[in-house]
Design a protein around this ligand. Structure first.
Ligand code: FUB
Length: 322
């Protein structure tokens, strides 16, 4: 697969989290809509209200839309904006994790449960205790343990927190200070809470120093993903205002992770958000761009392309414009 494939033409979709369940690929994306809200750095124009789930039996096969699987009006604690979700499977149940602003306009992370990968999903009454910011991504570590990676700057509100506590007035650190980090927390056995305080996902450079806040080409912004390849932990993410997908490699779910390079160069659109998934012996990058909507940053379309590794475990960079 040399060329990317757009997966869904209608509705607009973004932030595709792909997993293989029961031998099929399931995709859990955001559902973009035309909200009419002007574009701003707070992301108010991303005013999404529900989720669809999509599945496919082969990478070039039919993409099935399973319809609305969770609606904001059925979430008791909801304020607004259902952003990028992810899903996990454990002991016969499927869990959908989603960021949503509460009634005070503060992003928290919720969880909803289903017996089937395609939903529908029933939300819990309250968000996960101690959760904040956006973009949950779940690692099934294969040893019975599951970890959530999360966090996103600016509209995702991560800059408002230090040491898991909200601050009066949050901003990114000065350019020469360590960058803010994504967070990671192990999940409880029932998958419904954190079993520990979230920890920093530290990305270091080749000298072992944490990336600096001013290093906009490499520092973490949003959209975390974790996958394992040949026993190593690959943490990948968006650099936000420099519009790249980058990756860093570590020895454990907690890192630290050494910066290794760019997976995807900028796409048409502002946001870049992805997942990485192995299916039938090949690796794939799921991502989105705004080409089909003519560049409207809030109306995105999900795509897939094959991902290739080199012998040394580095990833070949993909051109975001193809
Ligand atoms: O889709 C809304 C937000 O845009 C996501 O949560 C971010 O990762 C960015 O893609």
């Amino acid at each position: 697969m040399k060329e990317p494939r757009y997966l869904v033409n209608d509705p607009y979709t973004a932030d595709p989290s792909a997993h293989v369940f029961n031998g099929k690929i399931y995709i859990y994306p955001s559902h973009d809509i035309e909200s009419g809200i002007p574009e701003n750095d707070n992301g108010d124009h991303f005013d999404m209200r529900d989720y669809h789930v999509f599945s496919m039996e082969s990478i070039d096969g039919e993409v099935v839309d399973h319809g609305v699987v969770l609606d904001v009006k059925n979430i008791a604690w909801a304020g607004r904006q259902l952003w990028a979700p992810d899903a996990a499977f454990k002991n016969g149940k499927y869990y959908l994790y989603f960021p949503l602003k509460d009634k005070n306009d503060i992003f928290k992370i919720g969880v909803a449960i289903s017996d089937k990968p395609e939903g529908p999903f029933i939300p819990q009454e309250n968000p996960i205790k101690g959760s904040y910011s956006i973009d949950p991504a779940i690692l099934d570590n294969g040893d019975g343990k599951f970890y959530m990676y999360f966090g996103g700057l600016w509209g995702g509100q991560l800059q408002r927190y230090r040491n898991n506590k909200a601050m009066e007035c949050g901003a990114e650190p000065a350019d020469n200070e360590p960058a803010l980090c994504a967070k990671v927390a192990a999940l409880s056995d029932d998958m419904l809470e954190f079993s520990e305080e979230p920890k920093d996902v530290v990305i270091i450079d080749e000298s072992g120093a944490p990336l600096k806040a001013g290093d906009h080409d490499r520092r973490y912004f949003e959209g975390p993903w974790m996958h394992k390849y040949k026993g190593k932990y690959y943490f990948s993410y968006s650099t936000g205002n420099t519009h790249k997908l980058c990756y860093a490699i570590g020895e454990s779910p907690y890192g630290p992770f050494e910066y290794k390079g760019v997976i995807l160069t900028p796409v048409v659109g502002w946001t870049t958000h992805h997942s990485i998934c192995e299916f039938k012996g090949k690796w794939y990058l799921f991502y989105h761009d705004s080409k089909p909507s003519g560049g409207k940053t809030w109306l995105r379309s999900i795509k897939v392309i094959e991902l290739n590794y080199n012998e040394d475990g580095t990833i070949n960079t993909i051109d975001g414009m193809i």
